[in-house]
Design a protein around this ligand. Structure first.
Ligand code: MUC
Ligand code: MG
Length: 366
């Protein structure tokens, strides 16, 4: 079934609680919906979040690359020809989230055409994903109050603490207050978004050694090659590559050159097709992964749930699937719910990214 249109629709939804982290901040979901239409009128949807501080993409660059560069090449292709679409999009370097969204929207069409949930088509390992909540920069006591609230209300027992601040004592204190307030059974890990040097990170690891943290993500700029390698070699917990591994090739390079020994997999940037290749590489290499958050709306989050639950290697750990709770509204026709610390895979044909037309009309920018 041929693709007849590939469109990019900008929209903006304010956040109730902005998220602050070492590389930037998010006050509104100024994202782009990617819509793929096939002959016969099947429509697939996916969300592309612009993250200029991570990938260099903006809302306008995503619209431009999808509509001006990808669409003319993809129209006329069978929607089942995902690998051909990958090759076409790979001719344009970078633009990770634009490519990821086109792939997911194609998968949504495929699921709808076959009358199957895409999670089943991708592997069908389980029917839910455990949720990890990402905590942005805030005073330690406020972070604890928030985390206790998320545990009480949604049953969430895994938390990512955004770090990378100076003085480093701020983050050490936040981790300690969380551990003492939440107890031993809660999983806590840190993500510094390159905010520290390798030496800062080594000092933080030394000072948090007794806190039972699960892993440390993107402590410093991975291009500081020797510092990063030293950290990976010396750390007692895994060092995770996130923005230093935005695609399959760079994920392999970071692992094989000792820049990291764990990987974040984000469907927002590698879609389903390339994410599956990243996971296969990691599984074969004996490297743990977790499903990360690109500060996703519900449209982005449901894609992460669908992918994460499909494969045994991604379903092992909680995925970051709850930051849409900080938004004032969302676009998904069937809103997601978090119960007992988990989100269930929607039992619908496709990805479950169906859009509420009234909400899209309200928030779209053009
Ligand atoms: C994360 O894991 O880093 C913050 C910046 C970004 O690109 O993603 C978020 C979360
Ligand atoms: Mg990260």
């Amino acid at each position: 079934m041929k693709i007849v249109a590939v469109e990019a629709i900008s929209y903006s939804i304010p956040y109730r609680t902005p998220l602050h982290f070492a590389s930037g901040a998010v006050h509104e979901a100024d994202h782009v919906l990617v819509k793929v239409t096939t002959e016969g009128g099947v429509v697939g949807w996916a969300d592309a979040p612009p993250r200029p501080y991570t990938y260099g993409e903006t809302q306008r660059s995503i619209v431009a690359v999808v509509e001006d560069v990808f669409a003319p090449e993809l129209v006329g292709l069978s929607v089942f020809d995902r690998e051909k679409a990958q090759r076409i999009m790979a001719r344009t370097i970078h633009n990770e989230c634009a490519k990821g969204a086109v792939d997911i929207a194609m998968w949504d069409c495929i699921g709808k055409i076959l009358g199957q949930p895409v999670s089943r088509l991708l592997g069908g390992f389980t029917d839910h994903m455990r949720v990890s909540h990402m905590l942005g920069f805030k005073p330690a006591e406020e972070l604890l109050e928030l985390a206790l609230g998320f545990r009480e209300r949604y049953g969430i027992t895994t938390f990512k603490l955004k770090t990378g601040r100076h003085p480093i004592g701020l983050d050490v204190e936040a981790a300690r207050v969380l551990r003492e307030g939440l107890g031993e059974d809660v999983e806590i890990y840190m993500d510094a978004n390159r905010g520290w040097s390798a030496n800062d990170a080594a000092e933080v690891l030394r000072r948090t050694d007794d806190l039972g943290l699960t892993f440390l993500e993107e402590p410093d700029d991975a291009r500081e090659v020797l510092g990063r390698r030293r950290l990976v070699t010396q750390s007692r917990i895994p060092i995770t590559a996130d923005e230093s591994a935005p695609n399959m090739g760079e994920a392999a390079r970071e692992i094989l050159t000792g820049g990291a020994n764990m990987l974040a997999v984000k469907t927002a940037r590698t879609g389903f097709t390339e994410s599956a290749k990243v996971v296969a590489f990691a599984e074969a290499a004996g490297v743990d992964v977790y499903v990360g958050n690109q500060i996703d709306t519900q449209v982005g989050t449901v894609a992460s749930v669908v992918f994460g639950a499909a494969l045994a290697h991604t379903a092992r750990r909680a995925g970051e699937l709850s930051n849409f709770l900080d938004m004032t509204d969302d676009l998904l026709a069937e809103p997601l719910t978090i119960k007992d610390g988990a989100i269930r895979v929607p039992e619908v044909a496709g990805v479950g990214t169906q859009i509420d037309p009234d909400k899209l009309e309200k928030y779209r920018l053009r």
